[in-house]
Design a binder for this molecule. Structure first.
Ligand SMILES: Cc1cc2nc3c(=O)[nH]c(=O)nc-3n(C[C@H](O)[C@H](O)[C@H](O)COP(=O)(O)OP(=O)(O)OC[C@H]3O[C@@H](n4cnc5c(N)ncnc54)[C@H](O)[C@@H]3O)c2cc1C
Length: 387
């Protein structure tokens, strides 16, 4: 098993530029979950990317996760976010795993036999994913009964387990009372909604999930009661932000590749000049690169600080994902202008990238919420002040 960063990135690049690149168009056109791509990463031993070495994983943190998602996202954003969400879930389980959870989930994840995902969002709480209305009540001495509905569950119906949040029944302060726990894909009482066909990131198999009297043993609860805010701000949010930021960086880079290629090859026959010889075009390409390089530097810096447990890393992670979201959308949009009518057509690469990039502002923590959290952090105010 390899854990060296450069070897991992080399493997990811190899898979992305071959297997994944072949499936990108079909994943987008058919809104098809990229099974072969995800299995390729698992088969190459990357399933346990974010799981500590002592549990059998590769022991990497957010910085390598960002680079992996960036590398995949350059070829297929759906594959990047699907693999990224598995890596987020793995880190969440590993952060306070019991012996049982280690054996049941982490070992098979590291062996490439188990895919996990995260089901926190609900229609009733929207972007505020830390306010679930799904309820849990004691069913017996060591078992809970769960009722509720989750929305936009990525890898929905494809993963082997899901990390779900629920609030203790009867609680009137849900933001402070919910817990996360593992639900296995074959649990009785799970019912999947239709596959959601998004504008972009179409291959991610996002679905509604209904939980009707689903019984889970108390050994599936993650951490202790009262740990929920620790989970939200110490693992879920940092890893979530990282997987998304990496994916959108990949989209931005793909757009720059596309526009560079177009400019290099476009010749105007009436005067025999190449588009690449125009100073205005050169200047605009330079501006796009600066936006990309600036947001990439912030993502790498923020993730490194987080991995090294340095000071206020979270505030930079908030800004990193918000900045990448702005940058990716602007870069793809401007690339479309620079590629002219060639790109402004159905099924062009930039058509897909523009639709994919547009998810950046709405996937939670959304850009709006991240800007607010950043401001509150600077002002030393509670982050969840309005809940
Ligand atoms: C492609 C995709 C994949 C997803 N995958 C997953 C997944 O795997 N797991 C999961 O749990 N969820 C997932 N989600 C859900 C997602 O992360 C969001 O929770 C969801 O998109 C929120 O949508 P909404 O329509 O309810 O937004 P709303 O909450 O209605 O928000 C609408 C707008 O209002 C703003 N807003 C809302 N509340 C506030 C506030 N308090 N302050 C400032 N602004 C605010 C938001 O920023 C947003 O711009 C996914 C979503 C998408 C689009």
């Amino acid at each position: 098993m390899y854990s060296d960063e450069s070897k991992i990135l080399e493997t990811v690049q190899d898979i992305s530029s071959t297997i994944i690149a072949e499936n990108t168009e079909a994943a987008d056109r058919l809104a098809r979950w990229p099974e072969r791509n995800i299995r390729s990463f698992q088969n190459e031993g990357l399933g346990g990317l974010t799981i500590p070495v002592e549990y059998g994983g590769l022991g990497h943190g957010t910085k390598v996760l960002a680079k992996v998602c960036e590398s995949i996202g350059r070829y297929c954003s759906s594959s990047a976010i699907c693999f990224g969400m598995h890596a987020v879930g793995s880190a969440v389980i590993a952060s306070k795993a019991t012996d049982f959870q280690q054996e049941k989930y982490l070992t098979p994840i590291c062996e490439g036999q188990h895919l996990t995902s995260i089901a926190l969002s609900e229609a009733g709480s929207g972007s505020q994913f830390y306010l679930p209305q799904t309820s849990m009540q004691y069913h017996s001495e060591s078992e809970y009964k769960i009722n509720g509905a989750k929305a936009f569950v990525l890898n929905g119906g494809e993963a082997d387990s899901y990390i779900i949040s629920a609030v203790a029944e009867g609680s009137d302060t849900p933001g402070e009372q919910f817990n996360c726990f593992m639900v296995n894909a074959d649990a009785v009482g799970l019912q999947w909604g239709e596959r959601w066909k998004g504008l972009g990131l179409r291959g991610n198999s996002s679905r509604d999930l209904f939980l009707n009297n689903v019984k889970i043993p108390d050994k599936n609860v993650l951490g202790q009661f009262g740990d929920q805010i620790w989970y939200v701000f110490n693992v879920i949010t940092p890893y979530f932000l990282t997987a998304m930021a990496g994916t959108y960086l990949g989209i931005a880079k793909a757009a720059i590749d596309e526009v560079t290629n177009h400019i290099k090859n476009r010749e105007i026959s009436f005067n025999g000049r190449a588009l690449a010889s125009s100073s205005v075009i050169q200047y605009q390409l330079g501006c796009l690169w600066a936006k990309y390089a600036r947001s990439r530097a912030l993502v790498y810096y923020a993730t490194e600080c987080y991995d090294m447990d340095q000071g206020n890393a979270l505030i930079d992670l908030f800004s990193a994902k918000a900045e990448v979201a702005d940058a990716a959308i602007e870069i793809v949009n401007e690339s479309m202008t620079l590629c002219g009518g060639y790109a402004y057509r159905e099924k062009s690469t930039l058509d897909r990238l523009l639709r994919d990039a547009r998810a950046a502002h709405v996937m939670t923590p959304t850009t709006d919420i991240l800007r607010i959290w950043t401001g509150r952090s600077i002002l030393e105010q509670p982050l969840l002040a309005d809940t």
